[in-house]
Design a protein around this ligand. Structure first.
Ligand code: FAD
Length: 452
């Protein structure tokens, strides 16, 4: 049965005229981004009703909820987390943390994934978020219902209908004033097109389904892609005696790699006899072909064209401030940019978004939002950035977060976070195998120190 609950457009307009209404926010996902949204909404209960978090899994943590199963869960839903058993964070905890919620100071800087999961559970508990989460509940559809306001100068108002289904399959539709999209983008494996792949005789898998190295002992594995996962998984595989070919299109990595890892140019096709053809014309067989080629954006519950949004594998466009479809400034995508310091980024985006809803930040007109959103992408494209990398922020992330803080009036990220983040990136480039052996501490706002 379909139940529609929440307020009608008429009630909402009436109540907002009387300045009485508390805004209702739906948060899709209870990973780090969704928890961060909830924490900041709960600290503004004079303006917002307690949020409703929809979480398709049975726990908080999203990515950090390690699940050894491959494929689907008991309810037939795809496993969300791409975590593997022996992963340790690639950022130190001093940088990774939400700026207002430190990790346990006794812990090392680089953490096993279980510690991040524990941290997020503690964050959830400390901010009393748990009662607002509907676990095992999947958002099926988010639909805007636009109501014209009487005052012609104001923009049309949007109410959002959220349809969700719980574990028993019961569907419900409810109305909200705004939506925070916090469903992550590291779940839907991206597999590049390799002509003849069906002829490959070994096993093909994506890093999403990789859990631990032991089954690969003694095998020859071609790992495609040398970003964070490709490199880390190659090192793990070499550790159990696999022969790894790390195939990628970047300039050759100069950092020392374990003896079992050799680099090669990209695989471009699979030959008639099932062997792999590399870009330089060489041909080689392999037991395993492992795609470490990243993930696609996927929001099955959103209708892109209806929102004026193009949802492509590697790009969402246009998004004003990398967050809002220009026509819908009450829909916020949290954490969509790549190569960012995720938790601090969520912390800034969420506070900016709430300041928009509170009217603390006044947005430019829709046409200007649209122009600015396209301009941000066009400028990057003109600098030669490939289309699939247009949402990579990396060095720009600090100015971006700073500008959100300035506009919304919240405390900016401490400069020490940037300093330490950049140092760790430098270390990773030179020493991919051992860079996690160091420990750091922040000294006040501006400085950090290596402690061993
Ligand atoms: P997620 O953690 O993916 O959470 C999204 C949540 O939404 C999930 O719980 C999911 O079940 C739920 N959901 C999805 N769809 C629906 C729906 N339709 N209805 C209801 N719920 C839904 N970051 C770091 O800072 N340091 C690291 O060392 C690091 N290592 C990483 C290693 C790997 C292998 C991966 C994949 C990522 C890593 N990251 C790291 C990035 C990490 O993803 C982010 O730090 C962060 O956890 C992302 O949080 P999120 O809330 O945006 O998404």
């Amino acid at each position: 049965p379909l139940h529609v609950t929440g307020f009608t457009p008429q009630r909402r307009v009436l109540a907002s005229r009387q300045k009485m209404i508390l805004q209702r926010v739906a948060v899709v996902g209870a990973g780090a981004a969704g928890l961060c949204a909830a924490r900041h909404i709960l600290s503004r209960l004079d303006r917002f009703a307690p949020p409703v978090l929809f979480e398709l899994g049975g726990k908080v943590g999203g990515t950090w909820c390690y699940d050894e199963r491959v494929g689907t869960d008991g309810a037939g839903r795809p496993i969300h987390s791409s975590m593997y058993r022996d992963l340790r964070t690639n950022l130190p905890k001093e940088v990774m943390m939400f700026p207002d919620f430190p990790f346990d100071p006794q812990l090392d800087s680089f953490l096993p994934h279980q510690e991040v999961q524990r941290y997020l559970e503690r964050y959830c508990q400390s901010h009393h978020i748990g009662p607002h989460i509907r676990f095992n509940t999947m958002v099926e559809k988010v639909r805007p219902v636009v109501t014209a306001t009487e005052r012609s100068k104001e923009e049309d108002r949007t109410l959002w209908e959220v349809t969700s289904s719980d574990a028993s399959g019961c569907c419900k539709t409810e109305a909200f004033d705004s939506i925070f999209v916090c469903s992550g983008h590291y779940s839907d494996p991206h597999i590049p097109d390799i002509p003849g792949i069906e002829r490959f005789k070994g096993t093909v898998l994506h890093s999403h389904s990789y859990k631990f190295a032991e089954p690969f002992a003694g095998q020859s594995v071609v790992v495609l892609g040398a970003k964070a996962s490709g490199l880390d998984i190659s090192i793990e595989l070499a550790g159990v005696g696999a022969q790894v070919t790390l195939s990628h299109g970047q300039p050759p990595l100069t950092c020392p790699l374990p003896a079992g890892v050799q680099q090669s140019c990209p695989v471009v096709a699979v030959e008639e006899d099932g062997r792999l053809l590399f870009q330089d014309g060489s041909v080689s067989g392999a037991d395993i072909l492992m795609f470490c080629t990243g993930y696609n954006f996927r929001f099955p519950y959103l209708d892109g064209p209806q929102l004026g949004l193009r949802i492509e594998d590697h790009l969402l466009s246009p998004l004003y401030r990398f967050m809002m479809p220009p026509a819908f400034p009450s829909l916020f995508f949290i954490g969509m940019c790549k190569l960012i310091c995720p938790f601090p980024n969520f912390h800034c985006q969420v506070q900016f978004a709430l300041a928009v809803l509170e009217g603390v930040v006044s947005l430019p007109p829709r046409a200007v939002r649209e122009d600015e959103a396209w301009l941000a992408l066009r400028e990057k494209a003109e600098q030669g950035v490939q289309r699939r990398h247009l949402l990579v922020l990396q060095n720009e992330q600090w100015d971006y977060c700073q500008s959100l803080a300035r506009a919304a009036g919240f405390t900016p990220l401490p400069p020490a976070v940037r300093g330490l983040y950049e140092e760790v990136w430098r270390q990773r480039r030179f020493n991919s195998v051992d860079y996690r052996g160091r420990n750091y501490k922040l000294i006040g706002e501006d400085r950090w120190e290596q402690i061993n």
